[in-house]
Design a protein around this ligand. Structure first.
Ligand code: ZN
Length: 504
């Protein structure tokens, strides 16, 4: 090795920083597309994104990068950051490279077509119209998963691993079984209680510019840094992080109910706090991003649901609400709080409350596994879907738009994604319980608008580690025990008891 020669680690990290930049550039363009791009820019934007994706893919699977990864892995001290960087890089690149170019291209086309056909089919509530496109996406996704899988007999796990690295069906199945039984019993108890939460006190007229001021104050209050982020309007709320110094969140609102806008903002700000807390020194490396989708979702749901739906939060936030909407000065915590924690079986996942949300996910997880196990055919999906809703939630979709056609995920080939939402719920409850154990009385701090102790705890236990450790490892280290459904179910039971007076 001559003194001027690049060391293996430097070479690997230099090559990786370029593919990371290509990925982030595409994300900036994606954010722009969803916020400010005029409609006639669509075709040009699709070409731009296509070029960036092709360049990135070419570099990702190049022999140059793969050799550099292996050399760095050889040189890395065990348990070092470099070892974790090489591990993550190898996992990502090996999976990408295992899918033949022909298949990758067919899959990209089938996904793009699938999403277009899905939009029409959902509008018409017509599954038959979607079926051929979905069959194609499913078959190609399964074929790709078989190439990616370490165990070819279990392609579904290779897809789970895309979103939740290291997680398997064998780990998830018992967690879901427990959740399903307990939550279904809670929903039955709620329905049987006869208690109906009065929603009328929160309904009213909430002008958007005042809602925006209120939502910004809430996001700022919990610690979202507007010097390192933005809040813009979009059709669907989302969060994009290009760097801890540049994190974009979006929102939408309902004129007659402030809750939709506010909880959307708290959710995306929770994602944003994670992005703003990612390790600066590992940016543009394979461990600079979030550890998993589930862990990301745990951060958004922690701020939205554990903090934002607590009485303590509203001791601070209610005066801010009154300030923006003086005609709501009579609205007190005792009227407001039950409306934030009501449980009501419903058909649409994205509108579901916390008490029923995981049942929506359990249904999708069951159907996905059945499809991959050849126990269910695509044309049997609508019927199986409707039966599952009837069994678990006691309601049956009137048509496929409010049934099997409601989510975009499958049209885009994102099988194995849904379970991360429920993993996020379990992780957030376990992390929040651990934070309260470590920090003591958070409620009086929240009532004073002090959220920094909780944020600092999350920064230390979760955010600053990036993807150096697996999500479940981080949760276990923070809470002192393996991930389980216990804290999530305990929190649900306590809420149900407080709102409905039933013990489950
Ligand atoms: Zn989210």
């Amino acid at each position: 090795l001559s003194p001027t020669a690049e060391r293996p680690a430097e070479r690997f990290l230099r090559l990786w920083s370029e593919v990371a930049d290509l990925g982030k550039a595409a994300e900036v363009l994606g954010w722009d597309q969803e916020t400010y791009m005029p409609p006639k820019g669509q075709a040009a934007r699709a070409r731009l994104l296509g070029t960036l994706a092709a360049l990135r893919h070419e570099r990702m699977v190049s022999a140059k990068l793969r050799d550099a990864i292996e050399a760095a892995a050889q040189a890395a001290e065990p348990a070092s950051a470099l070892a974790a960087q090489a591990r993550e890089a190898r996992r990502i690149v090996t999976k990408l490279a295992s899918v033949p170019t022909r298949l990758a291209r067919e899959l990209a086309e089938a996904r793009s077509n699938g999403q277009a056909v899905w939009q029409e089919a959902r509008r018409e509530a017509d599954f038959a119209r979607f079926r051929p496109a979905l069959e194609r996406v499913f078959e190609l996704t399964r074929e790709a998963a078989q190439h990616m899988a370490l165990d070819a007999s279990n392609p579904y796990d290779a897809l789970l691993d895309d979103y939740e690295p290291g997680t398997t069906t064998a780990e998830l199945a018992p967690l879901f079984e427990r959740l399903r039984a307990s939550l279904a019993a809670m929903v039955q108890a709620v329905v049987g209680s006869g208690v109906v939460v009065d929603e009328r006190p929160v309904r009213g007229h909430y002008p958007p510019e005042r809602q925006l001021a209120f939502c910004r104050a809430a996001a700022e209050g919990i610690g979202f840094d507007f010097e390192a982020g933005r809040l813009d309007r979009a059709v669907h709320p989302f969060c994009s992080g290009f760097d801890p110094g540049d994190v974009r969140i979006t929102w939408r609102w309902m004129e007659e109910d402030f809750r939709s806008g506010l909880f959307g903002v708290l959710h995306e700000a929770g994602h944003g706090l994670y992005e703003q807390g990612l390790p600066r020194e590992w940016q543009r490396t394979p461990i600079g991003d979030a550890a998993s989708m589930g862990l990301h979702e745990s951060q958004s749901r922690l701020w939205e649901n554990q903090v934002g739906r607590s009485r303590a939060f509203w001791r601070w936030a209610l005066p801010l609400l009154h300030e923006q909407f003086p005609d709501k000065r009579a609205l007190g915590i005792d009227e407001l709080w039950p409306t934030l924690n009501a449980v009501q079986p419903s058909l649409i996942r994205v509108e579901a409350d916390e008490g029923t949300y995981d049942l929506h996910i359990a249904i999708r997880f069951d159907l996905e596994r059945a499809l991959f196990a050849d126990e269910l055919a695509i044309d049997e999906l609508p019927g199986a879907w409707n039966d599952a809703y009837e069994e678990l939630l006691g309601i049956r979709p009137a048509n496929d738009a409010e049934g099997v056609l409601q989510d975009l995920h499958w049209s885009a080939g994102a099988f194995g994604y849904f379970p991360t939402y429920t993993l996020g719920n379990m992780m957030k409850a376990q992390l929040y319980t651990a934070a309260r154990r470590d920090l003591g009385d958070l409620d009086s701090a929240f009532a004073r608008g002090e959220f920094a102790p909780l944020l600092e705890w999350l920064r230390d236990r979760v955010h600053r580690h990036g993807a150096r450790f697996r999500a479940k490892e981080l949760v276990e280290r923070a809470s002192g025990r393996p991930l389980s459904a216990d804290d999530h179910l305990a929190a649900r039971a306590a809420t149900v008891e407080a709102v409905y007076g039933v013990t489950v």
